[in-house]
Design a protein around this ligand. Sequence first.
Ligand code: F6P
Length: 536
Amino acid sequence: MTDLWNRLTSCRAAQGDARIDGLFDADPDRARGFSTQACGMVFDWSKTMIDAPARDLLLDLARGAGVEARREAMFAGEKINETEGRAVLHTALRNLDASVMVDGQDVMPEVRAIHDRMAEFARAVRDGSFAGAGGKITDVVNIGIGGSDLGPAMAVLALAPYHDGPRTHFVSNVDGADIADTLKGLDAATTLVVVASKTFTTIETMTNAQTARDWMAASVADPAAQFVALSSAVGKTGDFGIDQVRVFGFEDWVGGRYSVWGPIGLSVMLAVGPEAFDEFLAGGAQMDAHFREAPLQANLPVLLALTGIWHHQVCGYPTRAVLPYDNRLMRLPAYLQQLEMESNGKRVAMDGSELTVASGPVVWGEPGTNGQHAFYQLIHQGTTPVPCEFILAATGHEPDLAHHHILLAANCLAQAEALMRGRPLDEARALMAEKGLEGAEQDRQARHRVFPGNRPSTLLLIERLTPRALGAILALYEHRVFVEGVILGINSFDQWGVELGKELALKVEPLLTGEAMDGHDASTLRLAALIREMRG
Ligand code: F6P
């Protein structure tokens, strides 16, 4: 592997001042040759500096890291999450016809039974046969955080055109403002509260769940009857008083950030209905089959991962922007932040040794065209290149507003082109000359209008943001994270880095209530004292 990393570094160095647009001049078929089509989508990675030698080395890197064997180990239920001794089988939640063995047992009959129970419950809520104290459920409040919030919140928004169930709200932050603002205006008697927590111990979720219960108890005789629990810790849901008929369990081989496909997706199912939810699962399953079967050089998740490795680990670009030109994918960057950074933000390899290459990059983004009027300035003219991952649907859901969609798509393509081409100094000078500027002033003004170009981007093009397409996109990104993790030799499925802050929060709390006055560093003690003072 070291040799391959070195060869990739040399390959990049040998490119010198070569430019992406030069690669198109040299290869008239580049637009087609460096783009891949499968699962109803096209992944265009031609506007990067990955040329044929770099592509071949990257594919060797994937092969050398054992991506294919590791992939099969994952699907076969082997305990590839080695630091937690767990299998990684969120894929089983969307491949309902499969048979998947864990510890010698087929887990699928139970997965199918829970899925069917969820569908039955969702239908009952949607048609009113399950009702609250005040009648048909009008509002669902999903209380969860991290993977128990980001996936369903993102998917409900993404699938807004299919939303024909109760209104759906999401509360995640322990900041009381979140739940207060959400519950304001809701009628407790027609509200269903969904407590989503794999562990059923997460302090934010349990605090919000208790507050929601108190709120409901103020006007509903049997508040627990309007609560649902989604969790792996089925025993703990009983302690909270939720009847087992409204508890939907899942196994520890479903990681929190990979859990939207099963019970944690209940609020999505309530919003769009079981049929549309199954379409979402089918899209994920289609991508799984592609990931398992397509050769590496035509494999979408592998190629998306390799562009990521090229830009971050080889070129050294510290971040990547995910830029969906689709307003309904507004929450996708936040979802991907957890998926990618909680999975691959690690500093040691599986065997505990320090990584010798950079781990995962910072992931960020906003939908286009909004981002264009905020941070694209830096992407075009800042000193640090930001590889951009554009996502675009060819068609929108608003036939009467097709002209909006054309404009949206034009902006997306134009941004990618501008990033690649840039604007050289002579062009900028000519523009200034047209405005009547001359000499030193012409030169000074022109320099501000130069775009260096040669800034990489990829584009994921889908036909339309349907439930199936959304499922395929999410599975694509999940497998991308997996492939990058295998290449880096890390465990993408644990998250020990979130523990220390959680532990310390419990120890800092007594400083704020005045029950403790020491045991922390001087800065923390002083800030806690100031907060006590300001609170009066
Ligand atoms: O942030 C850490 C984390 O464990 C995430 O991995 C998880 O998605 C989130 O907390 C919520 O956990 P739970 O579903 O157990 O409440």
